[in-house]
Design a protein around this ligand. Structure first.
Ligand code: ARG
Length: 416
């Protein structure tokens, strides 16, 4: 009996070729594992294809619920966005896939795990760092990094070995998708001056072809987790699927990002993330209402680290545990409802309410019912400005260069 390898199988060209290649080159028996994180495929066809190409076993694992509960929602509670743009769909899915692949490998007593990543991206790092953390004795094989074939050569190889070439090969793009978003790379997109052609997008309508009437949606959160859409209770997977549909129909969630990969390359990435865009926006709006100023400021620092950690493949670190504990703690009162308007590619917050709101009308109002004591501001300003006043006397007035220099300041004339 030959050794077994568990292959992360997508059904695409590279991983199909990998089944054959692993057998030929290493004499391994291949167990193909397809992990469903919401990537809209015909999974039974994918499974059958793995067997046809030569896998001894092919599994499909529905990981949508796990993905939402343990990856997407924590990232949402954190407001995790990489470099201010990327909502981290692919990055979040990799540690989950690694965990499930390791489980299968141990169960099947396989000696190795294989994945289809090239040597230029982040995903190889995320997979391998995670697998090594969970099962240091498993070998890792990355066929596409080893075989040195161009895309043309890979297609030739497939033809020679009767491996069916998926229709997606006709697509000029490299695509990854899951519940939290879709990423599109390669082809004309590699020129950062070129506007992405419409055919790069699948989940979002072009704003010039979206409905002429706006849609409104109300999202209910409990402790930072979205639980209702328009008052209707929904499980996380359905809620995200419905929002992807609705916001996508209104053209919301297109992102064009020049991104800094972990391996040092800048790459141009197009994303479609309708649900993620709307949920992150709504969540932040609710936090603005329920967290104090200092909490919001401190959380931003934590989130910066947390988003980088996710992007950089360090999910299974204790830093993750520590930051997550802080983030979770911030969500105690992030409960309430946010109303969003979707129109012509934009989503805007148009209403928010919370039983734990810190917004206080009798403090904020300029109308009657005002309970803010305006006379207290005099003393407040006196003390708040004390250090600036003191410093200005000694260091600012008469200074030719500082903040005053461009303004032609005339020194105050002293009388007498
Ligand atoms: N640039 C994104 C990331 O690093 C998306 C990667 C998409 N991966 C893929 N194999 N097509 O997370």
């Amino acid at each position: 009996m030959s050794d077994k390898v568990v292959l992360a199988y997508s059904g695409g060209l590279d991983t199909s070729v990998a089944i054959r290649w692993l057998k030929e080159k290493y004499g391994l028996d291949i167990i193909a594992v397809n992990i469903d994180v919401g990537n809209e495929r015909d999974f039974s066809a994918v499974r059958q294809k793995a067997l046809d190409v030569g896998a001894i076993k092919a599994l499909v694992i529905d990981a949508k619920e796990l993905f939402v509960k343990y990856f997407i929602f924590p990232a949402l509670q954190a407001d995790a966005i990489y470099e201010g743009q990327y909502t981290l769909a692919t990055a979040l899915s990799r540690p989950l896939m690694a965990k499930l692949l390791v489980d299968v490998a141990l169960e099947e007593k396989a000696s190795a795990i294989a994945h289809g990543c090239t040597g230029k991206g982040n995903d190889q790092v995320r997979f391998e760092v995670s697998i090594n953390a969970l099962a240091p004795d498993l070998k890792i094989i990355a066929p596409a990094r080893e075989w040195g074939m161009t895309r043309e050569e890979t297609i030739d190889y497939a033809q020679q070995h009767n491996i069916p070439i998926p229709v997606t090969v006709a697509s000029p793009y490299s695509i990854d998708e899951n519940l939290w978003g879709r990423s599109i790379e390669c082809g004309v997109l590699e020129d950062p001056w070129v506007e992405p052609p419409e055919d790069a997008y699948k989940w979002t309508k072009s704003p010039d072809r979206t409905p002429d009437k706006p849609a409104y949606v109300e999202i209910g959160f409990e402790q930072g987790i979205p639980v209702t859409l328009d008052g209707q209770k929904l499980d996380g997977v359905s809620l995200i699927q419905q929002l992807n549909e609705l916001a996508g129909k209104h053209g919301v969630g297109r992102i064009d990002h020049i991104e800094n990969r972990l391996v040092g390359i800048k790459s141009r990435e197009i994303y479609e993330a309708p649900a993620a865009t709307v949920l992150l926006q709504a969540h932040q709006a609710l936090e603005a209402m329920t967290l104090a100023k200092d909490q919001l400021r401190f959380k931003q620092k934590v989130v910066q680290e947390y988003a980088d950690l996710i992007y950089n493949g360090l999910w299974f670190s204790q830093l993750n545990r520590d930051l997550s504990a802080y983030i979770l703690s911030t969500q105690r009162y992030v409960t309430g409802t946010v109303r969003i308007k979707l129109f012509k590619g934009n989503s805007s917050i148009v209403g928010r309410k919370s039983p734990r709101s810190l917004y206080n009308l009798s403090l904020a109002t300029y109308d009657k019912g005002d309970r803010f004591d305006q006379s207290a501001s005099v003393g407040f300003i006196h003390l708040w400005g004390l250090p600036v006043r003191t410093q200005a006397q000694v260091q600012l007035l008469g200074d030719k260069e500082g903040p005053l220099s461009i303004m032609g300041h005339k020194e105050e004339k002293k009388e007498g």
